[in-house]
Design a binder for this molecule. Structure first.
Ligand SMILES: NC(=O)c1ccc[n+]([C@@H]2O[C@H](COP(=O)([O-])OP(=O)(O)OC[C@H]3O[C@@H](n4cnc5c(N)ncnc54)[C@H](O)[C@@H]3O)[C@@H](O)[C@H]2O)c1
Length: 335
């Protein structure tokens, strides 16, 4: 049976991935290493904590001794651990450089020592390409990150590649578009809007809501990662897109409609500086391995809304702690 180390496994995508693997490989051994930053949450893993084939280690991927302990006897590492919020990276970039670059370096360095290791998947992002007005990015497109989060992620992405080229570490890199689904920290746009609307609060939309995003249901992302562990070629990059593009205004209207709420609840707020206009991925390379996104945006949104409606115990305490600007207004806005 495979032995996995999931770093950042107490976060949104990481915890969904742990669930996804256990559903398919109940006998697998899964170890999670997570620093439990503001977005890491042990409640996300509560269903597994009593399993004898599950282990949780609280710690930082930048810490050499912890990483050594965590990677011992592991066959597959999937690195989700990262600082991820673009707005936070604009306000305080340093932590992003530390975890998203140096932390990846620590994992890769330890991976060189662990001869039993078969695969290390570095979870990167479509934001490393920058934005595109027409057409879609392929894995060979130029890389032009436009905010500190994206630039830091690119550092980790290329470091991983360099450790494959230089030292033969069995690395595969995935670049995914915007994920959504259950267990997402409520500062992210979709859960923020759903939970605001559940309380009849306004939803703060950047600029005119004209930016275009591609939405990937988190389970489709998990399926892609598992496939890359099995079939991804070492040293290669794979785009993972939901192939469901829409403007932020269209997305907001879909959520409003699905929840039976009025458009008057949209509050247009000052745009984010350097706001990427559009992301779009060409996913033919991953499709050639047999993957395709299964959830339409409509279906995925409904599933996500139902989950938040049924999970108030989970998100209300988190939202209470969130900074006010993430709830009612956005950064840069003077009041
Ligand atoms: N959410 C998206 O739409 C999206 C899209 C593409 C790629 N990604 C990538 O997927 C990964 C997971 O994103 P997410 O949305 O689940 O984020 P998240 O913030 O929910 O999860 C990140 C997890 O990493 C942990 N962490 C942070 N710093 C750490 C450190 N130094 N050591 C150990 N653990 C640490 C946090 O505690 C948290 O549990 C990230 O690498 C992100 O760049 C996310």
């Amino acid at each position: 049976m495979a032995r996995y180390l999931i770093t950042g496994g107490a976060g949104f995508i990481g915890s969904n991935f742990v669930r996804y693997v256990f559903e398919r490989e109940p006998g697998a051994y899964i170890r999670v290493l997570d620093k439990l930053t503001y977005s890491g949450n042990l409640n996300n893993l509560k269903d597994f904590r009593r399993k004898s084939n599950f282990e949780f280690i609280k710690g930082d991927i930048c810490d050499e001794a912890i990483v050594r302990r965590a990677m011992k006897n592991i066959h597959v590492v999937v690195n989700f651990a990262a600082e991820v919020a673009v707005d936070r990276s604009i306000n305080a970039p340093e932590e992003f450089l530390q975890t998203d670059i140096f932390g990846v370096y620590r994992l890769l360095t330890e991976a060189r020592r662990q001869t039993q290791l078969k695969k290390l998947v570095q979870i990167s992002t479509d934001e490393v390409y920058g934005h595109i007005h027409e057409g879609s990015f392929t894995e060979l497109s130029s890389l032009n990150p436009r905010n500190p989060y994206a630039a830091s992620k690119l550092g980790g992405d290329r470091l991983a590649f360099s450790f494959y080229e230089t030292f033969g570490v069995p690395v595969v890199i995935s670049r995914a578009s915007n994920n959504y689904g259950p267990w997402a920290y409520p500062e992210k746009v979709i859960p923020l809007f759903i939970t605001n609307l559940m309380d009849d609060l306004p939803v703060p939309l950047y600029g005119k809501g004209a930016q275009i995003r591609d939405w990937l249901f988190v389970e489709d992302h998990c399926a892609a990662i598992l496939l890359l562990i099995q079939k991804g070629k070492n040293g290669e990059v794979y785009n993972v897109g939901g192939e469901q593009e829409c403007t932020n205004l269209e997305l907001t209207n879909m959520i409003l409609k699905a929840m039976g709420k009025d458009q008057g609840l949209i509050k247009f707020v000052q745009d984010r500086p350097g706001h990427d206009f559009r992301y779009s991925l060409d996913c033919r390379k991953l499709r050639s391995l047999g993957w395709r996104p299964k959830k339409s945006l409509e279906e995925g949104l409904l599933k996500t809304i139902r989950w938040y409606e049924a999970s108030e115990d989970w998100w209300r305490p988190l939202k209470k702690k969130m900074e006010r600007r993430y709830v009612t207004g956005f950064w840069g806005e003077k009041k």
